[in-house]
Write a protein that binds this ligand. Structure first.
Ligand SMILES: [Mn+2]
Length: 448
């Protein structure tokens, strides 16, 4: 027989706001509260109610203790009241951040169920599954909570139902203030799946094909650009014989990495540039639009309002210095596109663009370009004498007003040429060399 679904939610940190949101979002009337964990929280409550769920279960760090009295407490208590009034049970274990706030909520609100209060393992029965869990008794716990696991808390009469473990912990850590837990100690218990809180990167869903699924639920909403990928909650459906897990994206914002490869740009789509120096701003904008359109078409994120991208540009181009100058001139924080009422913008731009000319061909000859090409080629193959010569060469060239804006080579250390062997200096000199070469090639093209 079909049972009502269950929802499992990892770290919410209600009351915090998401960092790394670029300025461009304000141009679309999106402020930090529209994209905060509180916004994701409201979406979660609606999704739980709409699904006719039996319960929503939290794995700790729902709220930060330091803001629990203020902005977070209102949304938290009103959601609990609304859910319990609608017949949805609300259960949680406390994490290191809400070690005070959740027990207080359990005392104040009828229907809010804290599992494993004061660090004592405890079991709760739901219709389709049994939950077993443990709550942080204080903010720092240096011992493995499984050391205190007592199988006698388990009701053997209910063994026909799947038993799900709920724990806020530091998985695979040996030393930690936040309940270090080994995988082996979890798998040694008579528990059919472990749903964990604390780490914000979700890993539970990927483990559901294993005999004992075990992993982190992940944050409900990303808190900074390091938390890439869809964020939301795990939904469990139960058709009477088997469990079906799914991840439901609920966050209003998603961070992602977006790679723009200049080598895949064809002449036909140079977007106003030419083959030597493609219009980099248009290429980035187009990649952003394609990505946002793909997410929209997939219907995987109906609640998404902002896609915030960490853009990396790589590949090669002939006019190396023009592309570098264009990249440096981009207003990264102000760039955005809109697709079906959603915004895509950029929180970070990195690039590793190489020069596309044929160094071997340029190196054949006796002119200044050939000389420089030979030095750059030697530097690319790691020959460090070339670095010394190139540094001196670029220093001499910078005396010429046309080259004054070239990046400065690092000091070569006159008494010890071997000190230039450092990789960062080699890369820096390579950039100087490529800048010089592309300047000189552009001058030569202009002269013919
Ligand atoms: Mn935590």
């Amino acid at each position: 027989m079909r049972k009502r679904p269950l929802w499992f939610v990892g770290d919410v940190h209600l009351g915090r706001t998401t960092a790394s949101l670029p300025r461009a979002l304000a141009d679309h009337d999106l402020d930090v509260m529209d994209l905060s964990p509180i916004a994701a929280w409201k979406t979660l409550v609606e999704a739980v109610l709409a699904s006719d769920a039996e319960a929503v279960v939290f794995a700790g760090d729902v709220v930060d203790s330091d803001n629990a009295r203020f902005e977070a407490y209102g949304p938290l208590s009103s959601a609990v009241q609304r859910l319990t009034k609608a017949g949805v049970r609300v259960l949680a274990v406390a994490g290191n951040h809400d070690v005070e706030a959740l027990p207080r909520l359990a005392r104040e609100l009828d229907g809010f169920e804290l599992i494993g209060a004061d660090g004592v393992w405890e079991e709760r029965q739901l219709d389709a599954v049994t939950l077993v869990g443990w709550s942080f008794p204080r903010a720092r716990v240096r011992a493995n909570p499984l050391d205190e696991f007592d199988p006698s808390v388990l009701d053997s009469d209910r063994a026909s139902k799947p038993r799900l473990g709920l724990l806020h912990c530091d998985l695979d850590a040996t030393v930690s203030d936040h309940a270090p837990v080994s995988r082996a100690s979890l798998l040694a218990q008579p528990v059919d799946a472990w749903l964990l809180g604390h780490v914000h990167a979700p890993s539970f869903l990927a483990s559901t094909s294993r005999s004992v699924p075990l992993g982190y639920l992940g944050s409900l909403s990303p808190l900074h650009r390091g938390e890439v990928g869809p964020r939301g909650a795990i939904r469990l459906d139960h058709d009477g014989s088997r469990l079906a897990w799914s991840h439901v994206e609920l966050a209003p914002v998603r961070f992602e990495s977006l790679a723009v490869d200049l080598d895949s740009v064809r002449d036909s789509d140079l977007a106003g540039g030419d083959a030597r120096a493609p219009d980099i701003a248009s290429l980035i904008t187009r990649a952003m639009r394609e990505r946002l359109a793909a997410i929209t078409a997939s219907r995987e994120a109906p609640e998404l309002r902002a896609l915030v991208l960490r853009v990396s540009v790589h590949g090669s181009c002939e006019d190396f210095s023009a592309v570098h100058a264009a990249l440096d001139a981009l207003d990264v924080e102000g760039a955005s596109i809109v697709h079906e009422n959603r915004v895509a913008c950029i929180c970070e731009l990195t690039h590793t663009v190489r020069a596309a000319y044929d160094l071997d061909a340029l190196a054949c000859g006796t002119d200044a370009i050939a000389m420089l090409a030979r030095e750059v080629r030697a530097l690319e193959s790691g020959v460090t004498d070339a670095a010394v010569e190139l540094a001196e060469y670029s220093d001499r060239l910078r005396l010429d007003s046309r080259f004054r804006l070239l990046p400065q080579a690092a000091a070569t250390g006159s008494d010890s040429p071997t000190t230039v062997a450092g990789e960062s200096q080699r890369r820096r000199l390579l950039r100087v060399g490529h800048e010089l070469l592309s300047h000189m090639l552009r001058e030569r093209r202009g002269a013919t």
